[in-house]
Design a protein around this ligand. Structure first.
Ligand code: SAH
Length: 283
């Protein structure tokens, strides 16, 4: 990669003193940052980042103070409020503040609440979207979240509610019936209940599932399993969060699209995993 090519011509916003930019850092691989994120990193006085943000990304902001605001898995919301208020404080000190969150800031990341708190305190904000783990992370595992032969809709679900329990408010029957592909964030802790709820709602035991851990990072691991076996297979594999669970036949596409495996020299396992029997692009 070359350093000598400037950003594309156009209007690159200036991070002004007192502003907070709430920015997605993507699922892990620093290459999945947006140019707006990079532009922000270059200007920030202070970067407040989450546990899921790869520290290598901070190397793009050597001039800035780096503040870790990590919290994992359903910890008390007071911590969240502290982070939001810290952002308000920094803005009042006239800092150029970059709030960097894993994936996309508005996807299960409490970015909405953070931004709202800022606005309620009169702080000017800009939102920079990022690649969410449930899309980009699955792509790194060779799993397309939509595929013409599999689904017309995809549902993003959280496996936790605010209390850290399986979301009791979720209508698992409606979710199970409503979409052929489910992408579940924060699902590891309650995978047993999630799998049971989906089976009870009529999804087949043999339905293909994938568990993609630390997606897009050097330690990415992928487990292919079925809905019935998923909890036991996760326990046996020792896989750890963060992980995205994907339920649905699009998981089969990994047999032909595991591009990382192919890069490492593995041949595709099956070039027609959905059994179309004719070329992919034939209608
Ligand atoms: N805003 C983030 C999601 C935050 S919630 C986004 O858009 O991706 C945290 C959950 O995201 C984790 O529990 C996990 O389910 C998922 N996640 C985030 N990064 C991940 C990664 N690199 N690999 C797998 N799952 C990830």
């Amino acid at each position: 990669m070359t350093d000598s090519i400037p950003f594309p011509q156009g209007h690159w916003p200036t991070l002004e003193p007192g502003w907070v930019w709430l920015c997605g850092a993507g699922p892990g691989d620093p290459g999945l940052l947006t140019l707006h994120a990079l532009n922000a990193l270059r200007q920030a006085d202070v970067v407040i980042y989450d546990a899921l943000v790869q520290e290598a990304i901070l190397d793009w902001a050597p001039q800035a103070e780096h503040i870790y605001a990590g919290k994992r898995g359903g910890k008390p919301s007071a911590v969240q409020r502290d982070i939001s208020l810290r952002l308000v404080e920094l803005s009042r000190e006239g800092k150029r503040v970059l709030r960097l969150k894993g994936g996309d800031p508005f996807v299960f990341g409490r970015g909405g609440e953070e931004a709202q708190t800022l606005v309620q305190h009169g702080v000017s904000v800009r939102i920079i979207p990022g690649i969410s783990a449930g899309i980009g992370g699955l792509a790194y595992a060779g799993i397309p979240v939509t595929h013409r032969d599999v689904n017309q809709s995809v549902t993003f679900v959280t496996g936790h509610d605010q209390s850290g329990n399986t979301p009791s408010s979720l209508n698992w029957k409606a979710i199970a019936e409503g979409s052929q592909v489910l992408v579940i964030y924060m699902g590891m802790k309650h995978v047993e209940q999630i799998s049971r709820a989906l089976l009870d709602a009529g999804r087949p035991e043999s339905e293909p599932c994938a568990v993609v851990c630390s997606a897009t990072t050097d330690s990415q691991q992928v487990l292919e399993t079925t809905l019935a076996r998923m909890p036991a297979d996760i326990a046996a594999s020792g896989l750890e969060p963060p992980a995205i669970l994907c339920v649905g036949r699009s998981v089969l596409m990994r047999q032909v699209l595991d591009w990382q495996g192919m890069m490492a020299g593995d041949p595709p396992r099956n070039t027609d995993p959905l059994g179309r029997g004719h070329p992919a692009e034939a209608s």
